[in-house]
Design a protein around this ligand. Structure first.
Ligand code: 6PG
Length: 256
């Protein structure tokens, strides 16, 4: 299989401009395919980088066709400072022009269910309701999954060496022992991520250069004998994966 694309830009505005054009193309492909744009987004630094002036002011963005799901979420109320929904709302959703038709957002809402397994099952049911009718029922096909990369190589709430990386059936899973706080989380599983039509990672800053070097090493680096989650996405999805980085983050990465 072909390799992921790795792009490095001098600064965040340039990265954001390029990410905007990539998203426009993904949106165009998706609208041709099914008149909708189904995406999943993570937390971290991503929502802020996503919210570029280009994207927010663009007349080519069809907000009413956007269906936004969460790649991962923390089991806290949607108003809690740790909530990825709250983060997305604050950094991105609230900045969409109010005059535009708004996207449909599918939060993972822990207020309804306190048990994380129940919460994961409930979110899986909403994915099934949204995806299964037209797509393969084995796995949902997101048009685009937008991810971050942790300094330890985690993505979504899929952590290095975690048993959840071996999940093959579930679309959504619970985790109670996240090494990155808070510990109780809900996440899309690896097969769902790699099944997407496009996957984009956004990783910026010198804090990412060690892990990026390990992810793009020709011999995928292992942590306790296991391939890093971000590298597993690269291996599983190949050319469908694009990395949007800055120069600081790719310092020392060998482009092969
Ligand atoms: C979460 C995030 C997580 C994040 C990475 C990268 O809920 O913790 O979804 O997976 O994307 O930790 O975060 P940064 O972009 O802030 O480095």
């Amino acid at each position: 299989t072909k390799q992921p694309s790795l792009y490095a830009f001098p600064d965040n505005p340039t990265l954001q401009q390029n990410l905007y054009h990539y998203i426009l193309q993904a949106q165009a492909d998706a609208l041709t395919r099914h008149q909708k744009f189904k995406i999943a987004v993570s937390g971290g630094s991503l929502p802020k980088l996503l919210a570029s002036p280009d994207l927010l002011a663009s007349s080519d963005i069809h907000w009413d066709k956007w269906e936004i799901f969460f790649a991962d979420e923390r089991a806290v109320p949607l108003t809690h400072p740790d909530s990825n929904y709250a983060l997305l709302e604050q950094e991105f959703l609230s900045k969409i022009p109010k005059t535009a038709p708004q996207p449909t957002v599918y939060p993972i809402n822990p207020e309804k269910l306190s048990d994380t397994e129940d919460l994961a099952d409930a979110y899986e049911q909403s994915l099934i309701a949204s995806f299964a009718a037209k797509d393969s029922v084995k796995l949902p096909i997101f048009d685009l999954v937008l991810l971050g990369c942790g300094p330890d190589g985690h993505t979504c709430s899929l952590f290095p060496g975690h048993v959840l990386l071996r999940e093959e059936v579930a679309w959504v899973a619970a985790i109670e022992d996240s090494p990155k706080p808070p510990p109780r989380r809900i996440t899309l599983t690896l097969p769902v991520v790699t099944h997407a039509l496009k996957i984009a990672f956004v990783a910026t800053g010198a804090g990412k250069k060690e892990v990026l070097r390990r992810i793009f090493d020709t011999q995928p680096e292992t942590e306790g004998g296991e391939v890093l989650p971000c590298a597993l996405v690269n291996l599983g999805a190949g050319e469908k994966v694009s990395w949007f980085c800055d120069h600081a983050a790719v310092e020392g990465v060998s482009f092969s």
